[in-house]
Design a protein around this ligand. Sequence first.
Ligand SMILES: O=C(O)CCC(=O)C(=O)O
Length: 289
Amino acid sequence: MQLDDALRARYVRDGYLVFPSLFSATEIAPLCRETERLIEAARGKSESDDVHDLEDSHEPDGEPRVRRIKDPVQQFDLYRAFSRNDKLLSVVRFLIGDNVRFHNSKINIKAAGFGAAVEWHQDWAFYPHTNDAVLAVGIALQDLTESNGPLLVVPGSHRDQVYDHHTDGVFTGAIKASSVARESKRAVPLTGPAGSITIHHARTLHGSSLNRSGSPRPLLLISYAAADAWPLMGITEYESFNQKLVSGSECLVPRMESLPVRLPVPAARFQGSIYENQRGLKERAFSNN
Ligand SMILES: O=C(O)CCC(=O)C(=O)O
C-alpha cells in the first residue's frame, strides 16, 4: 500500500487502517513460535501473573487457556526487536511523525472456541495524552476473519466524544452497551491474512466478540505515541520513559491540544488487564458464553 496523502487523509477521516499482508509468513513465524511457547508456559499455573492473563475457564491441570500475554515488548527481546522493525515504524512515522515513543503492548490470544470478548472502549480513556497523535498497531499472527473475533472499529468515532468508562463511579475500562448501541451498529471488522497489520487511533471506539470459531486469533498489539504527546497521568521515572523512544528524538516541550479527556480514576476494582478491569461493567454488549 502506498504511503501517500490519500491514505493519511483516510486515517484522519476514519481513525483506522488495515495493511493486508504487510509482513510475510516467514517474517512473523518467530513471533508465532514464541507466542505458542508462552501460551504453553501457562500450563500448571493456577492464577494470572505478570506474563499471563488467564481465561476464567483455565485449569492448572488442563490445556493452557490464556487470554493475554502481558507487555511482551517490555518482557521479551523478540517482541522488543519487532516493535522497532523498520517496516512497522515507517507506517507509524507516516501517521504520527518522525519522533515516536513506544507506549505499551500485549498479545490478545482469542483462542478458538472460547477466546474472551473485549467490551466497547477507547484506548484514550486508559491513557489520555497532551495530544492525540497516539495509536495502536495490531499484528495478525494468524488470519483475522469475520468469524474469529476480529477487532470491530467504528469509523470516524475518534473525532467524536470520549465516552464514560466508569461504572458506579469507578473506572471499568468499558462503555455500557446502551451508550454506544447506535454507534456500534456502524462498526467494521478489521480482517486480513496473517502478517496483516491494523491501525487504530487512540480515540477510536472499538471492541471484539467472543471467538466462537474453530480458528484462533492471536493479535500482537503495540501502541505508540508521538514524542511530543505526554501522558496526562504522568510518568513515574524519566529515564525508563525516555528509553521507550523508538524513532527520532525526545521532546521536553509537550504539544498541547484542546481535546475531550476523561481520567481513569478511581482505579478499576479488578486489576491486571483490560479483561479484569471490564469485569466491573454491569451492562455488557458482548457475551462471554
Ligand atoms: O483484542 C481485541 O480484540 C481488542 C483489544 C483491545 O482493544 C485492547 O486490548 O485494548
